[in-house]
Design a protein around this ligand. Sequence first.
Ligand SMILES: Cc1cc2nc3c(=O)[nH]c(=O)nc-3n(C[C@H](O)[C@H](O)[C@H](O)COP(=O)(O)O)c2cc1C
Ligand SMILES: *[C@@H]1O[C@H](CO)[C@@H](O)[C@H](O)[C@H]1NC(C)=O
Ligand SMILES: *[C@@H]1O[C@H](CO)[C@@H](O)[C@H](O)[C@H]1NC(C)=O
Ligand SMILES: *[C@@H]1O[C@H](CO)[C@@H](O)[C@H](O)[C@H]1NC(C)=O
Length: 528
Amino acid sequence: MAPPRAVARRALFLAATPAVAARRAPRQLPRISSQRASSTTSTTTTTTTGPSLGSGVRTAAFVTGLTLSGVAVYIYTTDTRAFFHRYVVPPLLRFMYPDAEEAHNAAVSSMKNLYSLNLHPRERASVLAANGDPDISVSVFGTHLANPIAISAGLDKHAEIPDALFALGASIVEVGGCTPRPQEGNPKPRMFRVPGIDGLINRYGLNSRGADNMAMRLRERVRRFAKTIGVDELSVLNGEAGVPPGSLLPGRMLLVQIAKNKETDESNVDAVTKDYVYCVQQLGRYADVLVVNVSSPNTPGLRDLQAVEPLTKLLSAVVDEARKTDRKTKPRVMVKVSPDEDEESQMEGIVQAVWASGVDGVIVGNTTKRRTGIIPPGVGITPKEQMTLTETGGYSGPMMLGRTVNLVKRYRKMLDGQSWREHVQEKKAVDEAVDASIAGIDDTITGIPKEGLAAKPEASNNIPSTGNTAEQKVIFATGGITNGRDALQVLNAGASIAMVYTGLVYGGAGTITRMKDEIKKEVNTSEA
Ligand SMILES: Cc1cc2nc3c(=O)[nH]c(=O)nc-3n(C[C@H](O)[C@H](O)[C@H](O)COP(=O)(O)O)c2cc1C
Ligand SMILES: *[C@@H]1O[C@H](CO)[C@@H](O)[C@H](O)[C@H]1NC(C)=O
Ligand SMILES: *[C@@H]1O[C@H](CO)[C@@H](O)[C@H](O)[C@H]1NC(C)=O
Ligand SMILES: *[C@@H]1O[C@H](CO)[C@@H](O)[C@H](O)[C@H]1NC(C)=O
């Protein structure tokens, strides 16, 4: 192959006409699946799954790949740690695509194409296996994960690039949100950058190609994988390949987020339930965890069962349907809750519904509608950015971290509260049988410094201990997490996993590798 350096410089200029290049691109390129196959079993051969290519075709595919979508500059090096991924690609993307959504689409399609050419940025094995590094592994739902970092929903809305995202080093990737029927989402423009504060505003309104479409793509992925290791689809889904049925990678998990269609009347619980149940039926088989976007019951006095009943009903239906999934281990179910629903009564309502329905955990955080406290003191933003901040939509950016940490602490405390558990004692007897084979979370993280990282030191008392955790609800945190120190803060506040989105947009493909290194360094220093 051509020397990457020289080629990349040319590609940088070719990239100016991405639309043309994209149109010339072949639709389907054969997958070079060495990574997958080698991670599964060493006896499998690592050849291409498609017909073998002549070198002319190979060169043509390579050259076309270079010009694709304007982000071919990734090829400069495929190591996520490269300077380039942090300081060149993100600003270049912003420059080439003034519209944030176009940049997002370009990034996704170039990741997709580079992955199919095996030229995607990836975390090198040397990073993973460095001798003497502290253990930053976590255990979630009985799966041992090498690290506590995840990519959160909305980056890969249509499940086009889960493997390329896993290659960046995340142990969890959440795809979606996906609605039962396809829907357009809001009119464009609907995503805006606020670069002065590394922030984003979006009002996508859940654009989705629909559950059938996503299921087809995920099923195809399972089939391809099954073929490379010479077994059938069902064996893979039943865990006989030795990998989780969702991620298809050892020690990783795939989350699939499901939502209702916009046209479905929010106040009609049966209709909403039907939407979610359909998504579970279509997508449950391909997920390790299903994520449901919930809105808090908005009635005061929520200890009152009546107010929580519709939400409980909805979540119970999702949990029941998930347990019917045609697969040996069933997908777990988590709910994602908005940071704006932060009143005690709202949170209690959600916690009560979580316990009563048998949901396994909560993803705490999201974008916010609020515009207060998002500009750090002493930081000036341009008049244009000031205008952008008045756009309708959800804001995300590093200044959200404090709110996320606080919410995690509060949810940890509430979810661990005794009263909810007692409330569901009888229902549990039945559920226990189902859950018996699956352990809860063991611990958050090994060797985290227990002091000095969390905003409020007393939060470290909330770290779940290894005993008495069989019933504990898992928390993942999202919102404003951009570096290793941030991640440790949410972990110490009681989360098992730290999720990123906006941090990746501004920090580039190496963000996750860097975060893991930062966590290891923090743990090292605190142990010394
Ligand atoms: C452009 C964009 C699209 C998003 N789409 C979804 C979505 O479909 N479902 C969802 O639950 N969260 C969505 N999110 C929220 C993110 O998953 C994440 O929770 C939020 O951005 C906060 O994390 P961050 O500060 O790391 O970005 C989206 C965020 C952005 C910026
Ligand atoms: C942590 O410390 C060990 C031994 O002191 C060292 O070998 C390792 O490289 C360090 N890792 C990091 C990420 O600093
Ligand atoms: C997701 O939840 C938020 C509030 O928590 C709500 O505004 C939004 O409409 C929900 N989306 C769907 C598709 O249910
Ligand atoms: C999270 O934010 C996304 C977009 O910012 C939105 O579509 C989704 O409904 C939100 N979910 C919740 C639970 O607020």
